[in-house]
Write a protein that binds this ligand. Structure first.
Ligand code: P53
Length: 481
């Protein structure tokens, strides 16, 4: 068998996030997070975000897949697949239940000591996201979320406590999950989960966009301060950003479409521009000025942004989109507008996400050309409904096909295009609660978990066909797909 061309120390593994699988939402002193007040939705109905936990509603993240009590068994299954790395997040509310306490919660810290120890027993490297849609609800109610500058200190304190505690057990870190989701500033769910921005009353679109830029700016400053703090605690840390990388293609070769697609991509990439290069891009300075947003951006902040740039770019890749220039809207991107159009060349998943393996090679090449940094695929995968056969087996050839094609495109980017890629961590390696819809039925895992959308099930774990396939892929370092 020929070698794949991937480096020998390539980090194969999988990814999850605390709020989507841990459960135990109020155990051992954990506080309530934004994820604890989100109900179940569907492919077409968004999740509802309630002000507080209401007794007559079902909140799927409260139970997750009860990883909090099953993690030993689950990490063992991952080690059976040959995982070299496992990405999860540290639930902010386990460490600081309200977010603004003086002292951290020891029981929360202890849980992650045990989890990371278990990972290392199996030779699995933890890859840790600090903020993955898990803002303490109290910080949203009391301070209004990330449009308040005070959030910077709360976050940096949380990050620093984690860096100190886990300085010998975690090497790979990321600051904010999919910070660029906020491109869609008119999406209630994304603004609440990323930045804790919740609108009780209707406000204008430009108010929402202004809030988004302000919240993002504070997050970027907090991210840079966290990088600086982490490097002081352990200079060997590798600290990355984390984006939802989603290229927007021009729908045609018409120059207006090409320029518009370029501008839409700029509008998604400015977070990375700052996290990697440490400066605001030229177009954005003009844009904020033209819109008259008068954001609170100080000279000190700009200095911090320069000093706290990241070591690598972590990103999720699921799909691409296509855009068409609309002369009534001009070249400015309008969130959730008709500027996004159907791409006739691509099929979609049952949840309407386009399937575009070549787009992953495009993404790896694009990010390398633009940033010249190591890249880390920390999410990719297919959300699909699985069926259990009478004999208990689960055949998921659709998942294997999706992953095979993406891995193959990824190998081409490394082998032929010289991309410096650290690893591949497919999303939801064990079935968990969907972030976007709250469903259990939107499954990504190699490991099946018996639990339905209403919270019924035994929580038993079962290996799908894809489990054995991925084990072979890891064993051959991608040579046998
Ligand atoms: P789900 C969309 C909506 C919400 C979160 O998503 C998302 C995305 C991706 O474009 O981002 C990531 O569960 C996220 C994970 C999430 C995963 O995509 O809606 O980092 O938390 O579970 C998949 O199918």
């Amino acid at each position: 068998m020929q070698e794949s061309g991937l480096p020998k120390n390539f980090l194969w593994g999988g990814a999850v996030a605390a709020h989507q699988l841990e459960g135990a939402w109020n155990e051992d002193g954990k506080g309530t997070s934004i994820a604890d007040v989100m109900t179940v939705g569907s492919a077409t109905t968004p999740r509802t975000i309630t002000y507080d936990v209401e007794s007559d509603k079902y909140y799927p993240n409260h139970q997750g897949i009860d990883f909090y009590h099953h993690y030993k068994e689950d990490i063992k299954l991952m080690s059976e697949m040959g995982f070299k790395a496992f990405r999860t997040s540290i639930a902010w509310t386990r460490i600081f239940p309200n977010g603004d306490e003086e002292q951290p919660n020891e029981k929360g810290l202890k849980f992650y000591d045990d989890l990371f120890k278990t990972c290392h027993e199996y030779g699995i490297e933890p890859v840790i996201t600090l903020s993955h849609f898990e803002i303490p609800l109290h910080l949203i109610h009391k301070y209004g979320g990330w449009k308040n500058r005070k959030m910077i200190n709360f976050f940096v304190k949380f990050a620093t406590v984690c860096f100190n505690r886990y300085k010998d057990s975690v090497k790979y870190w990321m600051t904010f999950n999919e910070i660029d989701n906020q491109t869609d500033y008119l999406d209630d769910y994304l603004m609440a989960t990323n930045s804790g921005l919740i609108y009780e009353k209707k406000v204008s679109n430009s108010t929402r966009e202004r809030d988004m830029f302000q919240a993002s700016h504070y997050e970027l400053v907090a991210s840079a301060l966290a990088v600086k703090s982490g490097k002081k605690i352990n200079p060997n840390f590798k600290i990355g950003n984390m984006i939802n990388f989603k290229p927007f293609y021009a729908i045609s070769a018409k120059p207006e479409d090409a320029l518009f697609a370029h501008k839409v991509n700029d509008y998604r990439n400015w977070w990375t521009d700052i996290q990697v290069r440490g400066v605001y891009p030229e177009w954005l300075i003009k844009y904020l000025d033209r819109k008259g947003y008068h954001e609170d951006i100080t000279d000190d902040d700009l200095k911090i942004l320069k000093e706290g740039t990241v070591d690598y770019i972590g990103f999720s890749y699921y799909s691409t989109k296509a855009v068409k220039y609309n002369k009534d809207m001009g070249y400015d991107f309008v969130s959730q507008s008709k500027q996004v159009v159907n791409n006739p060349y691509l099929k979609s998943t049952d949840w309407g996400w386009t399937i575009d393996p070549l787009g992953l090679r495009y993404s790896l090449d694009f990010l390398t050309d633009r940033y010249h940094k190591p890249l880390f695929i920390v999410e990719n995968g297919l959300g699909a409904v699985d069926h259990i056969e009478k004999d208990g087996s689960i055949h998921d050839p659709y998942r294997v096909d999706y992953l095979r094609e993406h891995i193959s495109a990824m190998i081409d980017a490394v082998k032929d295009d010289g991309v410096n890629l650290m690893g591949y961590l497919p999303w939801g390696c064990i079935d968990l609660v969907s972030a976007g819809t709250g469903q259990m039925s939107k499954r990504y895992g190699f490991i099946y978990v018996d639990m339905d959308n209403d919270g019924n099930g035994t929580l038993n774990r079962k290996k799908k066909d894809s489990f054995y396939w991925f084990k072979k892929v890891i064993k051959t370092n991608g040579a046998d797909l």
